[in-house]
Design a binder for this molecule. Sequence first.
Ligand SMILES: Cc1ncc(COP(=O)(O)O)c(C=O)c1O
Length: 426
Amino acid sequence: MSDETLIARREKVLGPAYRLFYDRPLYLVRGQGARVWDAEGRAYLDAYNNVPSVGHCHPNVVAALAEQAAALNTHTRYLHDNVVDYAERLVATFPAPLSQVMFTCTGSEANDLALRVARSVTGAQGIIVTANAYHGVTAALAEISPSLGPANPLGAHVRVVPAPDSYRLGAEGAERALTQGVKDAVRSLQAAGHGVAAFLCDTVFASDGVFTDPVGLPAGAVAAVRAAGGLFIADEVQSGLARPGGSMWAFERHGLIPDLVTLGKPLGDGHPIAALVAQPQYLEEFGRKTRYFNTFGGNPVSAAVGRAVLDVIAEEGLQENARRVGAALRAALQGLAARHEVVGDVRGAGLYAAVELVSDRAAKTPDGARALRMVGALREAGVLVGSCGAAANCLKIRPPLCFSEADVEELVAALDRCMTQIAAPA
Ligand SMILES: Cc1ncc(COP(=O)(O)O)c(C=O)c1O
């Protein structure tokens, strides 16, 4: 069947809300490590997908899944070792006092649950997020996800603060702007009678364009929220699980201890597992008021998968790999910046990087059109990357954690060729 026929069938049956990547959508049929293959057998270097965290179809993860699926799958209303083992292993990767975990299936469910806990323990409704944040699909999260655009109005209880744009404001300016933005938001929420339930923040600021530095960037903002009685919720759905390299979780880079942490995408190497990790006093209060049951969240198969992913990260030294290869990646990207005017800035930590494209280096004018062409040209060249930032002008590089130095060379050579090819504005 042709791709055109499949696209038409897909649109007919799935409706118009779904989006495909690329002008020529990709039909992928197989994956291994940081490599995927399309239906014609063409290989692509995957520098984009963080969900297959320890590599596409890792055999140990597949085996753990198959073994438990062949034995039994139930849910958390029955006793099972797997969920307790996995919970203990997962919370052990967090600094004290983040010592309890509740399981969900998606990052959205984890964020939704975090909002419920924060509101329950603070008695307040107000939520603070960054300018181009995305936190998930539920009604409560669409109202706090400005990146969904004007068709999804933000709630009256939501305040948006500017992204800490270190490229344009400088390191100190970005930190100051974020802190001031949150202080203003706190005052505004209090004046409107909503109070402050939480500052929900991805500390890599990925959808805002990846602002990883300076270290300590969100600290002033977090202090301002806590001074107003609100909680700090770190959304690690994209950024966490060994990807930062120097630490397991992105918030740790900043020397911060969140009240609640939400997890998702990479936990199951493609299998849907997500979680809320919390300081126990918050769950104590929440659990006294209400009960929690998530039919699929924390089932024995998911728990076996999550445990296998943690094993692979440890056995294959993937956190250290993220640190070492991530540093090589940023150095190589800086090399590109020296050769190509279009590169305004290179940012990132571990295996999360952004290359900000501009049409005018002096004015730092975002060039979203060029980024879109670059993403398409790279796909044709056999390399997958994405884009991010409010103007979608940053190339988003977020590969599986097994990405190697040879993969960096291949990626950067392709970036180099495509930047030369797209030297003229569209
Ligand atoms: C930062 C962040 N939080 C939450 C979510 C929602 O996760 P899920 O799609 O698993 O519901 C996403 C998904 O893109 C995300 O990037």
